[in-house]
Design a protein around this ligand. Structure first.
Ligand code: PGA
Length: 304
């Protein structure tokens, strides 16, 4: 059966108006043009769909069945059309993000607000260290990456959206906790707890210690931020850590920080995407959401 969407449209109008003349008027067509289309449609279906009894137009049994088919077809087509518009407008679909581990302290709050606004978007968040995030970005597996130590790579776009203060965290009774040190050198005898290789936080800490000419004593190297915090609380050593991850421990006095006057550490959170990858409408929506958010709303909001 070969008929067109246009013919379906005309047939529905004829059935609805009960008249070829009235259907032609409604469709801004001439009456012969409607009649021709109806003839061709019935030829394609292979059986009469309308009958003229007296001066009255009626649907045949085949016509009634065909009308049902046309109605359900146009309903499905409209549904499909609205789903396509949602996909095009980024209101529905999938968003995959690979984020450096420290981002887990603020990102879920933000994603929660995003999902409330766009409840038809499925979000998948992979939390890992900087090196893995970059591998994920290169492999085109994820729409977006979030990290603070960005690579020097011209194929990647990186946009800052939130400050990431990094502080020296120490045991709550560390003797230097209430003092402001002139420079990092004053910590040269301290044991420094390191994150694993591949961590962005470790990169900054290594750079900082090198600049200060410190050869650190490393009592422990740990694979997560949480483990580093536990080691600090256990009195094993001090470490550089994102302030956003320390809010509960600082508020409850379980971890102290050491202030340093000459402290050249500037860090921000960036969202990154591969320049060669087409940014999907969903990703674009998330980027706008991130850029338009008040930075206050991006901070962790747990009670301590
Ligand atoms: P990481 O994250 O130390 O967990 O790798 C921080 C960053 O990307 O800088």
């Amino acid at each position: 059966m070969k008929f067109t969407l246009h013919q379906i449209h005309i047939f529905k109008e004829v059935a609805h108006r009960g008249s070829i003349t009235r259907a032609a008027e409604a469709l801004f067509m001439t009456q012969p043009a409607v009649s021709i289309q109806m003839k061709q449609l019935q030829k394609a279906v292979g059986i009469p769909l309308i009958d003229i009894i007296g001066r009255q137009l009626q649907l045949t049994d085949a016509g009634k069945e065909f009308l049902e088919l046309c109605n359900s077809f146009t309903e499905r087509l409209n549904h499909f059309d609205s789903r396509i518009s949602q996909l095009k407008g980024g209101l529905r679909g999938k968003l995959t993000i690979s984020a450096a581990s420290t981002a887990k302290y603020f990102l879920p709050y933000h994603l929660g607000r995003f999902q409330k606004k766009y409840d038809q978007i499925d979000i998948s968040l992979k939390v890992t260290n900087r090196n893995e995030v970059l591998k994920n970005l290169e492999s085109y597996e994820y729409d977006l990456a979030i990290l603070s130590q960005i690579p020097d790579d011209p194929s990647i776009t990186a946009v800052p959206f939130l400050e990431n203060p990094l502080v020296i965290a120490a045991h709550r009774s560390h003797p230097l906790r209430h003092k402001t040190l002139k420079s990092l050198n004053e910590l040269s005898g301290e044991p420094f707890i390191f994150r694993e290789k591949g961590s962005g936080t470790r990169m900054v800490m290594e750079r900082l210690l090198k600049r200060a000419g410190i050869q650190p004593k490393i009592p422990m190297e740990l694979g997560t931020n949480e483990a580093v915090k536990q080691a600090i609380m256990a009195g094993i050593g001090i470490s550089l850590i994102s302030e956003l991850s320390l809010i509960p421990e600082r508020a409850s006095g379980r971890i102290a920080t050491i202030d340093i006057e000459d402290y050249p550490v500037e860090s921000s959170w960036y969202y990154l995407y591969n320049k060669n990858r087409l940014v999907s409408p969903v990703t674009q929506n998330f980027i706008s959401f991130l850029s338009e958010s008040n930075p206050e709303n991006l901070l962790p909001q747990y009670s301590v």
